[in-house]
Design a protein around this ligand. Structure first.
Ligand SMILES: O=P(O)(O)OC[C@H]1O[C@H](O[C@H]2O[C@H](CO)[C@@H](O)[C@H](O)[C@H]2O)[C@H](O)[C@@H](O)[C@@H]1O
Length: 364
């Protein structure tokens, strides 16, 4: 299965007639006096840079997934789970419980929705090839798309976005609508942007070589994600983690133009180009003609540390809303949180429903 981030075009959210006063947006990142257990959060944070900061590789591999039993046990032993989670939730409230606040922030604006795939639309599973979206999530996606199509006839900008945009390989493989519309001749061929295309042969080589080199590690899975090679260790016995890390690092020595980062129980080998999901988000906003629009509210939902680049971009622009999908406290640039894909689905459906009702309400 190709792993892609999905950009659902727009959801127009008209001004609510009796909207509550706007709460400060974005919510503050850190509440004064809230103690953050640095070690745990640092472990969460450092991996995106590919430089494990605590106790070497195995420790960083362990920290890459807070669902890992030992990490959870360590937190529980410190007796800090509930306190930490409560403090974190103050800083990153649930997008469901603050739904009214979010739609109020979109007052008079159109929402452009950016959705990560793994861990956001589909649950995290052991086998990356089985990370399917549930039928109910698909129905939710369809509702958003259907809702969009309804708007398309009415608003010119919508027509430009008549189909979904996909950004795979951490934003290095962007594909837009292929169909022309009568309003949208310039985009007839769609947006296709692959800033790392020269790396394709190199990525292939690394993929093939790592398949061979990791054969001795039961449970290791090497995935070719076109512009990125993923080496999964979710099903590898922890005793073999350092060997696996050594294999991956040794492979990279021959490729100075590639770098190593980590995701959730996965090593990722990718080009050292200055491109990430944040840049992809900016590129898409630009391509869609939304870069300088004050009447557009980008909403980005993602679960991984690679999504932090997109959250950072929104925060820096002071435009849009970042929502992190996580059950566990993580250092994040997102403003809100959702616990799991089921909550993402609920949020999407509520948004569609809210918009439907807003349209039905009389405008005074
Ligand atoms: O940042 P993303 O676009 O979400 O991609 C990150 C990785 O996602 C996938 O791996 C993750 O999901 C797998 C399936 O649930 C899970 O087994 C794995 O442990 C997770 O890391 C994808 O398979 C990787 O290639 C991506 O790098």
């Amino acid at each position: 299965m190709t792993k892609q981030s999905v950009v659902v075009p727009e959801v127009a959210v008209p001004m609510p007639p009796n909207s509550a006063p706007l709460l400060p947006y974005p919510p503050p990142r850190a509440a004064p006096g809230v103690a953050v257990r640095k070690k745990y959060l640092q472990a969460q944070l450092d991996l995106g840079a590919g430089l494990p900061l605590i106790n070497g590789w195995v420790e960083s591999m362990r920290a890459s997934s807070p669902t890992h039993a030992k990490a959870a046990a360590a937190l529980a032993a410190a007796g800090a789970v509930d306190d930490e989670r409560a403090a974190w939730m103050v800083r990153h409230p649930s997008a469901l419980s603050k739904f009214e606040q979010i739609v109020a922030a979109s007052k008079g604006k159109k929402i452009v929705m950016f959705l990560d795939y793994d861990g956001t639309l589909s649950p995290i599973v052991d086998d990356p090839d089985s990370a399917f979206m549930s039928d109910t999530m698909r129905r939710a996606g369809r509702s958003v798309a259907k809702h969009f199509r309804r708007c398309r006839d009415k608003v010119f900008e919508f027509v430009k976005l008549a189909e979904l945009y996909y950004a795979g390989s951490h934003g290095m493989d962007i594909k837009g609508p292929a169909k022309a519309s009568r309003h949208n001749k310039a985009k007839a061929k769609g947006v296709l942007f692959q800033p790392a295309s020269e790396f394709l042969p190199m990525i292939e080589q690394v993929h093939d070589s790592l398949i061979e080199r990791t054969k001795c590690i039961p449970g290791a899975k090497v995935e070719n994600n076109k512009f990125c090679v993923s080496v999964h260790f979710r099903c590898v016995d922890e005793k073999s983690w350092s060997t696996l890390a050594d294999i991956v690092k040794a492979e990279l020595k021959d490729y100075p133009k590639l770098k190593l980062t980590q995701g959730r129980m996965v090593f990722e080998i990718r080009p050292t180009i200055k491109w990430d999901k944040g840049k992809a988000l900016e590129f898409l906003l630009e391509s869609l003609g939304f870069a300088d629009c004050t009447n557009v509210l980008p909403v980005y939902i993602g679960d991984d540390r690679t999504d932090e680049d997109a959250f950072k971009v929104l925060r820096k622009r002071g435009q849009g809303i970042g929502i992190l999908v996580s059950k566990y406290p993580k250092d994040t640039n997102a403003s809100y949180s959702l616990q799991e894909p089921a909550e993402v689905m609920e949020f999407l459906l509520r948004l569609v429903e809210w918009e439907r009702l807003s349209r039905a309400r009389p405008k005074w």
